[in-house]
Design a protein around this ligand. Structure first.
Ligand code: GRF
Length: 195
């Protein structure tokens, strides 16, 4: 079995990245984490990746002075340089120009903390609570140029409990994220064919 080479893009603590790293330790997992890229120097997830022996790179968006496509081209060069087949966004807090998703169409996925198409964007847990939602959850989807809009691969529902705060709800949803992200990557890595 040839394992697909995965690049994970992060901006922060990287708990979803860590879930992918753990899953990829299984000998029958169809993907390996080849590279972790952060746009934030010192992001917590970088240390976790390095502790697992994974190559990391930092491409600081601030160095590109607002030229978003130039930033994306630098990230893309890292991914190409490490022969990445599939990109996983894991708490990557930059909005793309159409160029980057265009390069990775059908080969880039994201984890989002809501049941899309509900609650695209930020502060999903607070917004779900404010609406009195009884069911919330997490989604893995393909990335397209529109934010949080691509085809859904996997979702898991999470109940909203009496007395939940955005923090308690976020913790429960994060546990679901850590289940469905490795499962979705397994699916994509298995079905995925180079065009
Ligand atoms: C997760 O809730 C993810 O769904 C969202 O950003 C958060 C990242 O958390 N896109 P982590 O860095 O993976 O711990």
């Amino acid at each position: 079995m040839s394992r697909k080479r995965v690049g994970v893009l992060i901006s922060g603590r990287g708990s979803n990245m860590a879930a992918l790293i753990e899953a990829a330790k299984a000998p029958d997992y169809p993907a390996e984490i080849a590279l972790v890229v952060s746009n934030k120097p010192g992001a917590g997830g970088l240390a976790t990746a390095e502790a697992n022996g994974i190559t990391t790179a930092t491409v600081d968006h601030r160095a590109f002075k607002g030229d978003r496509e130039a930033f994306e081209r630098a990230v893309h060069a890292e991914l190409e340089g490490h022969r990445v087949d599939i990109v996983c966004l894991a708490g990557f807090m930059r909005i793309f120009t159409p160029w980057f998703p265009g390069q990775w169409e059908g080969r880039m996925i994201n984890i989002h903390p809501s049941l899309l198409p509900a609650y695209k964007g930020l502060d999903t847990h607070a917004r779900a609570l404010a609406d009195g939602a009884k069911v919330h959850g997490a989604t893995v989807h393909f990335v397209v140029p529109d934010l949080d809009a691509g085809p859904v691969i996997l979702q898991e529902e999470v109940p909203v409990l009496e007395g939940d705060t955005p923090e308690t709800l976020a913790r429960r949803v994060l546990e679901a994220e850590h289940r469905i992200y490795p499962a979705a990557l397994r699916m994509i890595a298995t079905e995925y064919r180079l065009v």
